[in-house]
Design a protein around this ligand. Structure first.
Ligand SMILES: Cc1ncc(COP(=O)(O)O)c(C=O)c1O
Length: 335
């Protein structure tokens, strides 16, 4: 399918407009220079600047999750995540924009002195339910939805990270954007490196590049918590579902899947816990390009990028695009 056909297929799906516009794709010559003479051409896609609620990848996904057709009679949004969830922040901001209540089911306990995203969740007017484990998230969301219904309201539950076949359409649109920003050349591969957790961002890119047929595009997802094989499986399932929503056969993703890889080598001691490599990458990005990466997702992806370049994973003539998925508020989180 060509770009126009994909745009037309996407436009069949109503969305609530939250993304400010096409996000910039910029070069990173000083970062490239710092990483050595063999480093391929390096670009950064600034999805930190999606332009709503302090930006990041969740803005694109929520445009579809919060399609006007899904909001009929809805009084509240409910979602879930960690205490510093970026997704919870953007959901709370969207609830405010839409005039809805927002209930966040978060892991942990109420912080005495909220900072980072936790501070913003409150500022945006969200209410909270605290749960101890990840397994408690889904039942707690269902309970809260039932409670809202008993009180005469109606809740829309947005799954973790908005990583659904619907949410992934936001990254199909991002793939289309990148397709138009990066010329296809016969002899140069493009490697897109990105942070991944619940897999929806990766899924949308797989689906989008499969649909516009870009044999030069390779995807490399750096996990912030999910084991590699599980991440690839989840992303493949979601990508197939997203493609079906766009009226195509899910089998079309096969070639793009073969050009998709993931790594969980940067997780270290766990989700949100910095590693020596993620700290080094954070300083490299900041001091060579003035680019800020967050401690949970993008610093680990940056560490994965640096490790891949140093290990010779890419050819000198390739082009690399680091997809910056946002997360800045966590830089100001204390605990
Ligand atoms: C800043 C940031 N980058 C990357 C991700 C990972 O995206 P996904 O859950 O779609 O894999 C998230 C959320 O989980 C995020 O908040």
């Amino acid at each position: 399918m060509n770009a126009e056909a994909l745009r037309a297929a996407l436009d069949q799906h109503p969305r609530t407009h939250l993304v400010a516009g096409v996000t910039p794709l910029v070069t990173a010559p000083r970062l490239r220079g710092t990483l050595g003479p063999e480093t391929p051409e390096l670009w950064i896609k600034l999805d930190e600047e999606t332009g709503f609620g302090l930006g990041g990848n969740k803005v694109r996904k929520l445009e579809h999750e919060l399609a006007p057709t899904r909001l009929d009679g809805v009084t509240h949004l409910i979602t879930t995540g960690g205490a510093q969830s970026n997704h919870a922040r953007v959901t709370a901001a969207a609830a405010a924009r839409l005039g809805l209540g927002c209930l966040l089911v978060l892991n942990g306990t109420e912080p005495a002195h909220p900072t980072g995203n936790a501070l913003l969740h409150r500022l945006l007017g969200a209410k909270f339910r605290w749960v101890g484990s990840r397994a408690e998230r889904e039942p707690a969301m269902q309970e809260e939805a039932a409670r809202i219904a008993e009180a005469g309201g109606r809740a829309l539950i947005i799954p973790l990270g908005a990583s659904t076949t619907l949410g992934a359409l936001g990254y199909v649109r991002a793939a289309l954007e990148l397709h138009e920003q990066i010329d296809e050349t016969r002899d140069r591969d493009v490697h897109i490196v990105l942070a991944s957790s619940s897999g929806g961002t990766l899924a949308g890119l797989i689906a989008g590049f499969a649909l516009v047929e870009r044999p030069d595009i390779h995807l490399y997802a750096i996990s912030s918590d999910t084991p590699r094989d599980e991440l690839l499986r989840t992303a493949a399932d979601l990508a197939g579902g997203a493609v079906e929503r766009l009226g195509a056969d899910p089998k079309v993703i096969a070639d793009q899947l073969a050009r998709t890889d993931a790594s969980d080598a940067q997780v270290g001691d766990g989700y949100g816990i910095p590693t020596p490599a993620s700290r080094e990458a954070t300083e490299l990005f900041a001091r060579s390009e003035g680019l800020l990466v967050d401690p949970t997702y993008t610093s680990k992806a940056a560490a994965g990028l640096v490790a891949a370049i140093r290990s010779g994973r890419f050819l000198a003539g390739d082009r690399i695009v680091f997809l910056h998925t946002g997360g800045h508020p966590a830089l100001f989180a204390n605990g």
